[in-house]
Write a protein that binds this ligand. Structure first.
Ligand SMILES: C[S@@+](CC[C@H](N)C(=O)[O-])C[C@H]1O[C@@H](n2cnc3c(N)ncnc32)[C@H](O)[C@@H]1O
Length: 486
């Protein structure tokens, strides 16, 4: 992970906004199940440090005995007491008490913030979060061009259209539902998450109550007993359609009819329900077996003026408000005139490609996930698009075949997963010689690696646009425009 020394934050002016704030208490778990952590606290050394900058994950950087500490929740310019844990060459640190507070520090609006770990930046003002993300992208993209100002979100809450709740039992054997704590499979009970769709959290709450009042048991990862592992809820933010996916450890669903009836009565806005069976001992949420309990098994939503059908297992951008800005910029960077052949690589349900098809001669989409490709084909028909084709397969292999056949493409739009693309894909793009490449990424660190490859092989980065798709978290989206030199 790359780190930065200074982020140009204004240092606090000896006027602590909120000094002597203790973080030890908040860091302790509510349900006393974090024994590992309290054991660790016994072996901690307390040190006073000053924060000099932030890592790309938003952790404060501080020096201690010649070592670089990465301290979650610490901000540049702050003086603080930290607990340091050393095991062999590994050094971890946690914030104990802020002595001098930075101007950017705010009280996190979420009561679960210090335990949950789903968000990492709620202790920073929204402006400071934007500055942090801008500087992350600016620093990473220094070898290329100065990025544009980040596209921020006016209301940086309630934005997620997908929420995922895990169920379990607490030490009193009561049903709890919430999110896993950071780096653990310990469930932090949460009723309402500030970045989730509020309706989705209400439905998860109803489900928890249902379990309390019936024999439906949460699945226990240690004993392998119980039924319900998670619930995944997808919301069409424009259409209002809602999908509820129960992820269970068994396909034997006793009381299925009663369950569907109860949930629909409480939430008539649910338009479809599915049972997904995941019997594997895995941290992957969804299994392969899927049964529709009610409705059509998909939801539909509107994005950029087009209608998209979305399956349970298909990827769909989680922040539609910002996605419209992101896609708008990506299409602008593609410079389409109506004559181009465009490749939409890692196309998901075909969203970018179908938006691009309105300004291109032809669009070819490729995507690994079978359900997403089916959605893309359906979405093409649903929107009356005649000039787009979607194929299922590995994007790298697909591009290699295109290059070997000597196919032509004018523009490649690529939007790989967090791990970025691979050499098979990139080397074939270089052989195809598209005039422009638009690289959309949710991980600028892997994007930089891939941009370097493309730049070494004949391309020039002409523009970079950061977009805040994930407010309150350290994640940032970045879209880059590359042009073929000569
Ligand atoms: C970040 S998503 C982008 C999807 C789409 N462009 C969008 O904006 O909704 C990345 C997509 O790449 C797909 N994917 C992952 N690895 C792949 C591979 N090797 N080849 C093709 N598609 C892949 C995933 O299934 C996912 O749909």
């Amino acid at each position: 992970m790359s780190k930065r020394k200074s982020l140009g934050y204004k240092k606090s002016k000896n006027k602590p906004k909120r000094s002597e704030k203790s973080y030890g208490k908040q860091n302790k778990s509510r349900n006393n199940e974090r024994k590992g952590k309290s054991q660790r606290s016994k072996n901690a050394v307390t040190a006073e440090v000053t924060c000099s900058g932030l890592t790309n994950e938003g952790k404060g950087i501080a020096e201690w005995k010649g070592k670089q500490l990465e301290v979650p929740l610490l901000l540049p310019g702050e003086k603080a007491e930290v607990n340091v844990f050393q095991k062999g060459s590994l050094v971890n640190a946690e914030l104990k008490r802020v002595i001098t507070s930075a101007e950017e520090r705010v009280d996190p609006p979420c009561p679960y913030y210090y335990e949950c770990g789903g968000c990492q930046l709620q202790h920073m003002s929204n402006q400071a979060q934007s500055r942090f993300k801008q500087e992350t992208v600016d620093t990473l993209m220094k070898p290329f061009v100065k990025p544009e100002p980040i596209m921020t979100m006016d209301h940086p809450y309630d934005y997620r259209n997908k929420n995922h709740t895990t169920f379990g039992l607490n030490h009193k054997r009561e049903v709890i539902g919430g999110l896993y704590g950071p780096h653990t499979h310990e469930i932090i009970p949460i009723d309402k998450c500030l970045i989730h769709d509020p309706k989705a959290d209400e439905i998860a709450g109803t489900l928890k109550d249902y379990m309390k009042n019936t024999k439906m048991q949460p699945y226990n990862e240690d004993t392998g007993r119980g039924f319900l592992r998670h619930v995944l809820i997808k919301v069409g933010k424009v259409s209002g359609e809602i999908m509820v996916v129960l992820v269970a450890a068994s396909s034997e669903f006793k009381g299925k009819k009663n369950f569907v009836k109860t949930l629909r009565k409480a939430h008539p806005e649910i338009t479809t329900m599915l049972l997904n069976v995941n019997k594997r001992d895995t941290s992957i949420v969804l299994g392969n077996q899927e049964d529709v309990l009610f409705g059509k098994g998909t939801i539909t939503d509107t994005l950029c003026g087009l209608k998209f059908e979305i399956s349970a297992k298909s990827f769909y951008q989680i922040n539609p408000v910002q996605t419209e800005k992101l896609y708008g910029k990506a299409i602008e960077m593609a410079g389409l005139t109506g004559k181009e052949t465009v490749i939409d690589a890692y196309c998901g349900i075909g969203t970018i490609g179908l938006v691009a098809s309105q300004k291109a001669r032809k669009v070819i989409g490729v995507e690994m996930n079978k359900d997403a490709v089916k959605d893309a084909i359906r979405n093409s028909k649903r929107n009356g698009v005649k000039n787009a084709r979607f194929y299922q397969g590995d994007a790298g292999e697909f591009m290699v075949e295109m290059a070997e056949r000597g196919d032509k493409a004018d523009v490649v739009i690529m939007d790989p997963p967090r791990s970025g693309s691979d050499e098979a894909f990139l080397s074939s793009v270089v052989k195809l010689k598209p005039k422009r490449i638009v690289y959309v990424s949710c991980n600028p660190e892997t994007q930089v690696r891939d941009l370097k490859y493309l730049v070494k092989n004949g391309y020039e980065v002409e523009g970079i646009q950061p977009v805040d798709m994930f407010p309150q978290t350290y994640h940032v989206e970045s879209v880059a425009k590359l042009v073929l030199k000569n």
